[in-house]
Design a protein around this ligand. Structure first.
Ligand code: SF4
Ligand code: SF4
Length: 290
């Protein structure tokens, strides 16, 4: 199964909408939403959730007060200051286990902590793997890896896995990107859009993933769009299309219309052309140099 990830160096570029249009165009594909901290692909796909599973993303120190002789060793050795007056502060505990190792009476133990929910769903386009990390919880990269593993296990006849990647360049993005066949970077014509494109392109190259670029809402600033195009030319990265700003796209999202209606908007024509270029790279050309 080929794997395509749609990423952006920052949030708000329209990555999720572009991914949704690709899902409609692909016909049959397994879909994964790797934006586990603020998932929203489900708002567009309106899936039927078939299964929910707890995600154990962390460990937490727990004390049995009856066994504690208040020697203070745990507090002395915890380098996260997560033990105050010999009591564990769950908001600070990193689950490192040092306190458990130094406690002379066996009063401390590590317990699994549920930090998110992993979901398996069905959409009219194919199976869908998605998740929600609890607010402020650690382990987003691990949960993204679980989302992708779950998506791969859902494969039937589908030839493609489409991953709606996490925004930014941190750990969850690396977990969305690594091992994929192709990345489409969605950027926007702004100074920060260009800056973030440079950063995410470096990350993709570092992990050996070939990347293509498209500009969303390019006509909001043609001058910066030209700068992005010339940056891509200098870097030898293929620019596969420019999507015009179109309020009709927002209407589809706000009115919760089927994602295939995205293709009927003014932006739809550009999305089809970009999809054709991406699809060709994925299935008709096995390798390409950058
Ligand atoms: S598990 Fe680590 S971080 Fe948590 S209380 Fe113990 S020593 Fe501190
Ligand atoms: S190290 Fe163990 S016995 Fe000592 S204060 Fe901590 S929990 Fe209590």
């Amino acid at each position: 199964m080929r794997q395509l990830v749609v990423i952006s160096g920052k949030g708000g570029t329209g990555k999720t909408t572009v991914t949704a249009a690709f899902i409609a165009l692909a016909g049959k594909a397994v879909v994964a939403d790797a934006d586990v901290e603020a998932p929203n692909q489900h708002l567009l796909l309106q899936p039927e959730v078939r299964e929910r599973r707890d995600f154990i993303g962390a460990k937490m120190a727990v004390k049995d007060a009856g066994k504690c002789d208040r020697c203070g060793r745990c507090q002395e050795h915890c380098r996260f200051q997560a033990i105050q007056e010999m009591e564990v502060d769950p908001t600070r505990c990193e689950g490192c286990g040092v306190c458990v190792a130094v406690c002379p009476t066996g009063a401390l133990r590590l317990e699994d902590e549920v930090t998110g929910t992993l979901m398996t769903s069905e959409t009219e386009y194919g199976p869908f793997s998605h998740a929600l990390l609890e607010i402020g919880a650690e382990g987003s990269g691990k949960l993204v890896t679980e989302v992708r593993r779950n998506a791969e296990s859902l494969r039937g006849e589908e030839p493609l896995l489409i991953i709606d990647g996490s925004p930014g360049i941190g750990c969850p993005v690396i977990a969305s990107l690594s091992g994929t066949d192709l990345a489409l970077i969605v950027t926007e014509p702004s100074v920060s859009g260009l800056h973030d494109l440079e950063r995410i392109l470096k990350v993709a190259r570092h992990f050996g993933v070939n990347a293509l670029v498209c500009i969303n809402k390019w006509d909001l600033c043609p001058e910066l769009s030209r700068k992005i195009e010339s940056f891509c030319e200098d870097e030898g990265v293929e620019m596969v299309g420019k999507i015009p700003f179109d309020p009709g796209v927002l209407d589809v999202v706000k009115q919760r219309l089927p994602v295939k209606d995205l293709l009927k908007t003014r932006a739809g024509e550009a999305l089809v052309m970009i999809w054709d270029a991406v699809n060709k790279r994925l299935f008709e050309e096995n390798t390409f140099e950058q």
